[in-house]
Each structure stands twice: as C-alpha cells, then as structure tokens.
Design a protein around this ligand. Sequence first.
Ligand SMILES: Cc1ncc(COP(=O)(O)O)c(C=O)c1O
Length: 410
Amino acid sequence: MPTTRRGLFALLPPTWFAYTQSLQAADSTEAYWQLIKREFPLDDSLLYLNAANVCPASRLVLDRYQQFLRDFHANPSFQNREKYVPLEDRLRGKIASLLRVSADEIALTRNTSEGSNLVVRGLDLKPGDEVIITSHNHPSNNDSWKVRAKRDGFRVVSVDVPVPAVSAAALVESIRAAITSRTRVISVTHVTSTTGIRYPAKEIAALARERGLWMHLDGAQSFGAIDVNLGEIGCDSFSASAHKWSMGPLEAGLLYVRAARHKELWPAVVTAGWSETLVGARKFEVFGQRDDARLVSFEAAIDFLALMGMPKVEARLTALTGRLKQQFAAIDGASVRTNTDAALSGGVVKVDLPGRDLKPIYDRLWNEHRVAIAMTASGDSKGLRFSPHVYNTTAEIDRAVEALRQVARA
Ligand SMILES: Cc1ncc(COP(=O)(O)O)c(C=O)c1O
C-alpha cells in the first residue's frame, strides 16, 4: 500500500468526489440528509435512535477498515506495517483540527472509558485530596475515581445533577460550591448519557484554572454530536469514543491532554512501544499490539464529519431533538426530562411516563415498532432515551413519536 503523500490521498475511494458533489447539489435540507443516510448500512426496518450507545459506522469507515484489515493479514511483515506510523499521525492531526487543539495533545485509545481511566490512574493524588465528580457521570468517570480513592485514601465528592437543569449558571455554581482547599480535580461529563444535560464546560474549566485544579471532561456524548472546541473550552483532558457520535469503528477513541499539563500525568499502562522519548500525549497511549486497521478507519469517520462540518451536524441534531421534545410534550402523560434549551442539551432526549412501568412500553416499542432506544427503569433519570443522528430522517422521528403515543395509550 502507498505511503507517499500522493498515495495517501489516493486512499479515498474514487466515488468520494462524486458523492461530495451530489451533497453540494442537494436541493433541499431533507434531500441532503437522505444522501447522508444512504452511506449507512442500517436495516431499513429499524427506527434506530440509540446513537448515545453505539452508532452504525458509515460505508466509508467499513470499507477502509476492511481494506486495511485484508492488507494487514495479506502481509503482516514489519515492512508492510511501517505505513501505520504516518497514518496514525495523520489521524491524530485530523482529530486535533476537529477539536481545535494540537496533534501532540491527542492520544489514540480504545474508547472513552480507557481515556478517562488513564487520567484517573495517571494523576498524582494523595490521602486528604478531593476529586469532584457528578452523580450522573458514567461509571468510567465515577466508580473509577471511587476505586482509586479507596486504594489511595483520597475523597470523592459527588455533586447531584438536577433534572432538568435550572440554568448553566446553577450548574457552575453546584461545582463551585463543592470546591474546598483540598480539591485537586473536577471531573464532569460534557453531555450526560442519563438525561442529556450539556454542562457549561468552558465556565467550569475557567473555574478549575482559577483554582489551579485539573479539569477532566468526558466527551462520550459530545464528540461528533456538537461542535466541540477544546481550544476554547480550556479543559485539561477530554476523552471520547469513535463508535458513538463520530460514527467510527468499535474499539477506537481519543484522549486529549493539554500540553501544559503533560508533565503532571503518569502513563498508566506501560507496554512495548512506550518510551521516555515519545513526544506529546502519545506517551499516554496503551500500545501493545493494536488493531492498526481499525485505528486507520477512524480517520474515515473524521473525514465524514469534516465533510458535513460540525456546525451543520450540531444544527441537524438540534432540529431532530427539538422535534422529538416538542412532540413528546404533546403526548398525554409524558414528561420530557431533557432541557429544551439547545445550550443546555445535545443529542440525547429522555422522556418519562411518570407513574408507569417503562419496561413493557420499551419492549412493545421494539417488538411492535422496531424502535431501538435505551431505557432507565427507575431513579432520578428514569425514562426512555431517544438519541437520533444524521442518518435519521424527520419522518423517522415522527414515526417513533407516533409509536410511543400508541404504546403509551394502550
Ligand atoms: C458519558 C459516557 N461516558 C463514557 C461512556 C463509556 O463509553 P465507552 O464504552 O465507549 O468507553 C459512555 C457510554 O455510554 C457515556 O455515555
């Protein structure tokens, strides 16, 4: 396979140019998104609204993965595999441009969980220190801290998440109120998977900076869904997965670590491939033998996002989720648990039917209408979680709402 600059660009399929031209020529918004949808091998009978869990990968990603996987196994020699070094560099560079940071600040990981755990395990923390988390952090950014705290004798302070959020200022205030002279880290979720609240990350990062704290941001539900500008946010670390909103391969992800903070983070897993001389955030990567073909196919997902442009993706998600929220609010007995304000939400919409057992409703949505969503059966984030993405049409949104209306009535 080619490794020259010219050769690398030749890796884009010849149909790519024609595809980008047809997107430019789309004569309506729906026609544009229909063309995007065509690139996903989703089963037509599905109403797939579970992007917050796993997104289908586009054909571009799947083709690239298959192409490199075959090439790798046809010729697993060191010589043939040398090409992955520049390809992975290029991937770091493209992720960095999307996030408006530098390529040396990007580590390639297996997923968000690995990225967050590299931070949890890599920071120097001692007995008496405090780490602030929120009650709606994912276990990889919640239990991970508690396990380490138990072992090393520091304290984890969990801030309750209001449902829905009162205001961005109130969310910042809830974090500020938890800070003490012993606080070392603030670790929050950009968009929660529970009820879809978007935390005001920039303001919390400013607060952390002002107090000299490390701020980690879990971006599992924001990377690929909203136009994340880490340069502007100013957090110290950010983790994300390829298989969620960026519609890339399974088992690939990223960890951003701000350059000025590299010296403060220990590599948590050290393997062959690691060395003191590694430059930038790649020294935090978990090497060992990796699936290079998979990492390279992540690049195709970034290309696909860049083709649409993140502002356009975010605007589409705002339109689709806005449509869901508005129509859910009109269903008898339904209560939308996610903020309606786009600034306080992302691609995740939670709706509850207070007083009702959700399991039979969830099952009927799947069995009778093929609506694929997620459900929380009880607790403060009880509800049905709908998370659409660019491959969903407005007609699908309307069909899913109608399905819920019918099932909720019976
Ligand atoms: C907010 C959040 N963080 C982390 C994760 C873990 O992601 P992964 O399983 O890709 O590591 C998830 C998964 O749903 C999530 O929603």
